[in-house]
Structures are given as structure tokens and as C-alpha cells.
Design a binder for this molecule. Structure first.
Ligand code: SF4
Ligand code: ZN
Length: 310
């Protein structure tokens, strides 16, 4: 950075961040405002929220979700009919989740946002650690992250229903959305759907991702500048996930092509629009939408419970 370099937006203050994909240099104030503005624009461009939504924000205690909660609270001040709730799912990961939960709860309460926490144990009868250490997963050929993802999704829906929420907001960033698209392609997933866009259906509480056009690293910087407290310890199972490898590849690729993730998102979602979406039915056990007779969560729940009893 040159000594005399000024912020590209205010033209006054010293920049603290170089936004490589746009070429802008931003001072702290303009950077923070730019993140809030980007979230507002994303909400309006994709029509993610309505003025009177009851929004269940999924918070894990990490920097992304707490930043989302903080930004949505700022935005929703202009919408007095909307209501925010913070929801945490305790998967029961020994030595990891307790700290996240404490951070999530105290931060939500400091913002005056009602907080609800549900656990795998109370909803499904087992913790993630119990399932992961029981050899059931090895026998089934699935890793802890798959179980975690499937049941967290189901638990979030249950929590949202209890709160009579009309929408669930998750903190998936641009990086997460692109990773999911790539992972789905690599798995040969037949039912490719847009991630984090509002899709209404009778049995569905729509899920939105207001950070879907914000880079992970910019969310992290926002959290740091706002001094948002977050849990820094990483999950003991994180290295087992395929997502982690896809993330490393994308980070490596985007290091030399800063616009790559935006290019992928835009092109891929254009292609998705032209795809015919298969009709969805509902799970015979839980009534949640699925393309199968019994949804993945109900199928896994039965298999894991049987495996734990054996
Ligand atoms: Fe769950 Fe895997 Fe994330 Fe750990 S790393 S919280 S097991 S999805
Ligand atoms: Zn089901």
C-alpha cells in the first residue's frame, strides 16, 4: 500500500483492506458499511426477506453466524414488524460445543435477541460423539460431518417450527455456497437446487443465506473489526470432511483469480434456472420434503439407533 493511498470510497481515511476482486482500497468504516450494504443488497436482489418475517437465525458461536445475527439486527431496526430469534443446535461434540453454546447465548442475549437451544440428544436420542465413537458410522461408510449436517438441518427445522418462524437464516458465505455446488456435482447429485435462496413450499420453512455473495474472509474481518466474540477452537472432526478438501482447492484457485467464486456462483445459478426441478414429495415418517420415500435424516436416525443398540 502506498503511503498516500486513501480509501476508495470516502477518499479521506487510510485503507485497512484491499478488495482484490474490485480493486478497491477500504478504510475500516467504509469496509464495515460495505458489508452491511452488501447483505442489504443481497436480501433485496434475491427477495430473501419480507417486512414481517419471524426470522430464526442459526448461530453456532462461530464468527460467521454471530456476524450475521449482528448485521440482521441492524437491518431489521428499519422493519418493526419483523422478529429475530437466535437458534443453536447442540450436536453433542465433546470438548467443543459447550464453549460455542456459551458464546452464542451470551452474544445473542447481549443484543436482546431471544435464544433457543436444542440438542441432538433430546431430539434424536444420541450425541454426535456417541455416534462417531460407536463404530456405527464406520460400518455404514459415512463420516461424522454427514451425520452432523443431516441432523442439524432437521433440528433447525424443529426449532424454527417451535418459534413459529417463517424463515431460517444461515450464515453460509459465498465460499460455502460454491463449495456446496461443487460437492453436489462431485457426488453426482441428481437433484441440484439453489442454495440459500427463498423457495416456498407448503411443508417447508424456507432457508436463506444473506452472506451468499460475501466472501468468508470479509465476514471474518468484519467480526474482528466489530470485536464480535467467537469461539476459535475447531471441531475435532473437521479434518475428516470432503468439504475441507474442496475448500482448500477453492482457496488455492481463488488466490490467483480473486473473482473466481463470483464467476462460478453467477454462471452456475444461471444454468440451474434452466434445469427442470424434479417434483418433491414428503417423507412418510416426518413429513419433511424429500425426493425419496423416507428422508435421509429419518433413514439415518433408524440406522444409528439400531447400531447403538447392537
Ligand atoms: Fe459438524 Fe463436521 Fe462441522 Fe464438526 S466439522 S461441526 S462434525 S459438520
Ligand atoms: Zn423424514
Amino acid at each position: 500500500m502506498l503511503e498516500a493511498q486513501k480509501c476508495s470510497l470516502c477518499k479521506e481515511r487510510q485503507p485497512i483492506y484491499h478488495r482484490r476482486y474490485s480493486g478497491e482500497w477500504l478504510c475500516e468504516r467504509c469496509f464495515k458499511l460495505s458489508i452491511i450494504e452488501r447483505v442489504k443488497r443481497t436480501i433485496s436482489r434475491y427477495e430473501l426477506l419480507r417486512y414481517d418475517d419471524r426470522i430464526a437465525v442459526a448461530v453456532s458461536g462461530g464468527k460467521d453466524s454471530l456476524s450475521l445475527l449482528e448485521i440482521l439486527q441492524r437491518i431489521e431496526r428499519d422493519f418493526p414488524h419483523a422478529k429475530l430469534f437466535a437458534v443453536t443446535i447442540d450436536e453433542g461434540i465433546e470438548g467443543y460445543r459447550t464453549e460455542c453454546l456459551a458464546v452464542a447465548e451470551s452474544f445473542s442475549r447481549s443484543l436482546g435477541i431471544p435464544f433457543l437451544s436444542l440438542s441432538f440428544k433430546e431430539l434424536f436420542g444420541f450425541t454426535l460423539t456417541e455416534a462417531a465413537e460407536s463404530k456405527v458410522l464406520e460400518r455404514l461408510g459415512i463420516n461424522p460431518c454427514t451425520v452432523c449436517g443431516v441432523f442439524r438441518r432437521k433440528a433447525l427445522t424443529i426449532a424454527a417450527r417451535r418459534l413459529k418462524a417463517t424463515v431460517i437464516a444461515t450464515a453460509h458465505t459465498l465460499d460455502d455456497v460454491v463449495q456446496t455446488y461443487l460437492l453436489n456435482l462431485l457426488k453426482g447429485e441428481g437433484n441440484l437446487k439453489p442454495v440459500g435462496l427463498r423457495r416456498e413450499g407448503e411443508a417447508v420453512i424456507p432457508r436463506i443465506a444473506p452472506f451468499r455473495t460475501t466472501l468468508q474472509r470479509e465476514v471474518a474481518l468484519y467480526a474482528y473489526l466489530r470485536k464480535i466474540p467467537f469461539q476459535v477452537r475447531t471441531c475435532p472432526y473437521t479434518r475428516t470432511s470432503m468439504r475441507d478438501r474442496v475448500r482448500s482447492f477453492l482457496n488455492w484457485y481463488a488466490a490467483n483469480r480473486p473473482e473466481a467464486l463470483y464467476a462460478f456462483l453467477n454462471r452456475f445459478e444461471q444454468l440451474l434456472k434452466d434445469l427442470e426441478q424434479p417434483a418433491e414429495s414428503v417423507c412418510e415418517i416426518c413429513g419433511e420434503p424429500t425426493s425419496r420415500r423416507i428422508c435421509r435424516a429419518c433413514e439415518l436416525e433408524q440406522l444409528i439407533k439400531e447400531g447403538l443398540k447392537a
